[in-house]
Design a binder for this molecule. Structure first.
Ligand SMILES: Nc1ncnc2c1ncn2[C@@H]1O[C@H](COP(=O)(O)OP(=O)(O)O)[C@@H](O)[C@H]1O
Ligand code: SF4
Ligand SMILES: [Mg+2]
Length: 323
């Protein structure tokens, strides 16, 4: 399959506020040496707790933030080097759906204008605009008579459908959905997930689906990257990751997924603080139940422990090698 997006060794740090003019400038690393790729018509899930760097990574792909190092290639072209027409075209290829459809839609614009705006900015001819508008309403399951209505007249789920239609307007190759169901009622979440799945097959787009909720990510993704403290700590096919999580952090996330069957109730998330004066060697050391001072050296790269299953944990990779 053809690669539509490649993220190569990308890092991004932010300057922290200084105490005073003379104090030293400190930085916070939000994305640390991340490498990922996405193929055509594929969904890459990115999962991790709040603050792990998921949105920053999305902003780097969308060219809202610039990486300090590394490269982001869209359809083989480096977005940091593109200029003028080429940059506009690359930006058009990646669109975003945000978490909160209440604040991401302009309350003063009606549905017609919200969906048409990106087409107008890109000078799409008027008859073509109308054709696209009506087919988008069909694709996202909104009635044709909703065009003159304003966002406040819709439910959360319907607003997210409007946001999805707008994101699809320019026929992007990649849609980044950043926590797209987190603010919706549970009953609506499955509908939006299913809609995204249908659209993927109908329009052959690729998704980056970002969430702190591993069960939602597993439901929609072909492969999943688990992020912790700015790094990808595990990367595998969705099914494989669910069945065979290797990194202690992924295991922790999986144990916190609620089970639908009450007989089978999973334990609540257990964050075991390591009191053995955790060394800064492995970034997960202070929370890791398996931490071993003698063995847990820092691993800067993901190790392939099985075909297409990568992990950044020296113990699990060693264990795998011995088994
Ligand atoms: N513009 C910024 N300036 C300073 N720190 C930032 C900025 N954007 C994000 N961060 C910090 O980077 C870390 C990762 O944030 P984010 O990418 O939003 O994580 P996530 O989406 O996984 O919750 C957070 O600690 C956040 O406070
Ligand atoms: S290297 Fe050690 S501390 Fe780090 S995740 Fe693996 S077992 Fe835990
Ligand atoms: Mg976020």
């Amino acid at each position: 399959m053809k690669k539509i997006l490649e993220i190569k060794n990308v890092s991004k740090k932010f300057a922290l506020r200084k105490d005073n003019f003379f104090s030293r400038q400190n930085y916070f690393t939000a994305v640390d040496n991340v490498s990922l790729s996405l193929e055509e018509n594929q969904t890459l899930g990115i999962v991790g707790e709040s603050g792990s760097g998921k949105t920053t990574l999305a902003k780097l792909i969308l060219d809202i933030e610039k990486p300090d190092s590394g490269e982001i290639l869209i359809a083989g072209k480096n977005i940091s080097l593109a200029k003028g027409k080429e940059l506009k075209e690359l930006r058009r290829q990646t669109q975003v759906i945000f978490q909160d459809p209440y604040s991401s839609l302009n309350p003063r614009m009606n549905v017609e204008n919200i969906i048409l705006e990106p087409l107008q900015i890109n000078n799409i001819a008027a008859p073509e605009q109308n054709k696209i508008l009506h087919s988008l309403l069909n694709s996202v399951g909104l009635p044709q008579n909703c065009l003159k209505k304003y966002p406040h007249e819709f439910s959360g789920g319907q607003r997210q459908r409007i946001a999805i239609a707008r994101a699809l307007a320019l026929k992007p190759k990649v849609i980044i959905a950043d926590e797209p169901i987190s603010s919706l009622d549970i009953s609506i979440q499955a509908q939006i997930l299913n809609l995204l799945k249908e659209i993927k097959d109908e329009l052959r787009v690729s998704y980056i689906f970002i969430s702190h909720d591993l069960s939602a990510v597993c439901h929609i993704s072909d492969k999943i990257a688990v992020m912790n403290k700015a790094s990808v700590v595990e990367l595998a096919g969705a099914e494989e990751l669910f069945k065979n999580p290797l990194h202690p952090y992924t295991q922790l996330l999986l144990n916190s997924v609620p089970d639908a069957d009450p007989e089978n109730k999973n334990e609540e998330i257990k964050i075991i603080q390591n009191d053995s004066n955790a060394s800064p060697t492995c970034a997960f050391a202070e929370r890791c139940p398996l931490y071993d001072e003698a063995l847990c050296v820092n691993e800067n790269t993901l190790m392939e422990v099985e075909k297409n299953h990568f992990v950044k944990c020296i113990l699990s990779s060693r264990e795998k090698a011995l088994s």
